[in-house]
Design a protein around this ligand. Structure first.
Ligand SMILES: Cc1cc2nc3c(=O)[nH]c(=O)nc-3n(C[C@H](O)[C@H](O)[C@H](O)COP(=O)(O)O)c2cc1C
Length: 169
């Protein structure tokens, strides 16, 4: 029996997801994008996986640069997620006017993130529309004034991602 796309969407969208910004860089090209597919996949080494559209600028930059950052955001500020769903504009040390700094791997870290993980690519798995980048955590910090607090999640916005492929994905 063929899979019913409405059922697949409903089930996929029922799985809770964080919303964060993935930072990437290769040489002079810096970027960040809105990301919901993030999960830890091992404890030793500490590995975390992000699955990224093969057509995204971020995908190209992670492959070329060999690293990425996972910038975790406060729940009360979901405005960046709309803007970072297309390639970002860098001006000085900002991306879409949000201040960044250079992490230990050279990848951008957002100054406004409440916490971040910086990862070096450990393995890349081709997954059809997406590539799964498995990263080894090489740096991490909690920088929010009040600790991590409540982090941004998909349910905090009216946006959805995932399910079956539509016109774009
Ligand atoms: C709420 C939301 C969640 C998203 N989650 C992902 C994701 O997990 N993986 C992915 O490849 N794209 C995801 N995207 C889409 C990217 O943000 C979008 O394709 C972006 O244009 C890619 O940016 P880039 O080309 O600048 O790298 C999401 C978009 C939104 C709005």
């Amino acid at each position: 029996m063929p899979l019913d796309p409405t059922t697949i969407n409903k089930i996929m969208w029922s799985i809770p997801n964080i919303l964060c910004l993935i930072g990437s860089r290769h040489e002079d090209e810096w970027n960040a994008m809105t990301q919901s597919w993030v999960t830890q996949v091992a404890m030793e080494p500490v590995l975390v996986a992000v699955s990224i559209d093969t057509t995204a600028v971020t995908n190209r930059l992670i492959k070329a640069g060999g690293s990425f950052s996972i910038n975790i955001w406060d729940r009360t500020d979901t405005r960046p997620f709309v803007k970072f769903s297309k390639p970002a504009t860098k001006q000085g040390m900002t991306l879409n006017e949000r201040p960044i700094r250079e992490g230990v791997t050279g990848t951008p870290i957002f100054e406004e993130a409440v916490a971040y993980l910086e990862c070096s690519v450990w393995e890349t798995v081709a997954c059809g529309t997406h590539d799964l980048f498995i990263g080894e955590v090489v740096d991490a910090d909690i920088v929010g004034a009040d600790g991590i607090g409540d982090v941004a999640r998909m349910e905090d916005t009216r946006m959805k991602y995932g399910g079956v492929k539509r016109g774009g994905h």
